[in-house]
Design a binder for this molecule. Structure first.
Ligand code: ATP
Ligand code: MG
Length: 257
């Protein structure tokens, strides 16, 4: 089983989009069993794949009650009323932050998620993080074999990168960000690339030079039909399989997974 967390303290960079599409592709094209864990109380990921996100137990229960395992709150993913083979989700809802804040026995709080996953047996666990460095994110990093950090090809792209590196270094117990990076546990992925924006792309690429070695060579292009897919409650890989972004995601999976 490989656990991959999608995190960036910066919001709107594509964490949820990549989890939804990579998970759907791994399950439907790759025949892999995949559990998505939604650790964001915005519940954007859950609202794509779960009919009733208010239903309990949700992932909040794992933090509220130490006898709960992640399996207890997992359901099979549903799209347009149909179950998707191999694809499962531990859904969240608005109660998650409070559940984490009030977690009993807060010592080692970052270890709660991984403990709840001890008996889980699937090919992949993909964790969608909220845009913060809070306790949910510490749990995700602690549980992850690898952390994927999406970076927007636009303004402020590189703002949170140093923070992200320091956070992962601390949670994983490395002495320095350099040592952590050498462990190849972190991959940065450029998202929302619009090839027409040459000047902006060059600026972002220049700013990313210090982490070039840890940058996926697969780049995710901006998809014009993303809003249609969202309105249709479908991940793009199933809504518009011919999209350029879908082939980018396929390359990314080959490169990183
Ligand atoms: N490659 C892409 N092409 C087009 N639109 C995209 C792409 N990636 C993400 N988006 C859009 O950008 C917006 C933000 O994406 P998303 O919600 O995945 O980011 P996030 O990092 O999960 O945000 P948050 O930090 O709020 O959780 C969404 O409207 C999404 O549809
Ligand atoms: Mg999100």
């Amino acid at each position: 089983m490989e656990t991959i967390a999608f995190m960036n303290k910066k919001g709107g960079v594509g964490k949820t989009t990549l989890v939804a599409n990579i998970a759907a592709m791994l399950a439907t094209e790759g025949g892999k069993s995949v559990v998505m864990v939604d650790l964001d109380d915005q519940a954007n990921l859950s609202s794509i794949f779960v009919v009733d996100t208010d239903r309990e137990p949700s992932v909040s229960e794992v933090f509220r009650n130490k006898t709960y395992e992640i399996q207890d709150c997992i359901s099979q993913a549903v799209l347009k009323g149909e179950f998707i083979d191999n694809l499962f989700i531990a859904h969240s809802n608005i109660g998650l932050s409070q559940a984490i804040r009030e977690m009993p026995g807060r010592l080692n709080i970052e270890k709660r998620l991984i403990k709840s996953m001890e008996n889980l047996d699937v090919d992949y666990v993909l964790i969608d993080c909220p845009p913060s460095g809070g306790e949910a994110v510490l749990n995700a990093i602690y549980a992850a074999d690898k952390v994927v950090v999406p970076v927007n090809m636009g303004g402020f792209a590189t703002n949170a990168i140093q923070d992200v590196l320091e956070l992962i270094t601390e949670v994983k117990g490395y002495d320095s960000t350099g040592e952590m990076l050498e462990s190849e546990k972190v991959v940065f992925v450029r998202n929302k690339l619009d090839k027409r924006n040459r000047a902006v792309n060059k600026k972002v690429d220049d700013a990313l030079v210090p982490i070039n070695k840890y940058l996926a060579s697969s780049v995710c292009r901006v998809a014009s039909k993303m809003d249609h897919a969202i309105m249709d409650d479908m991940p793009l890989v199933l809504h518009d399989p011919k999209s350029e972004l879908v082939s980018d995601i396929r390359s990314l999976i080959k490169e990183v997974f």
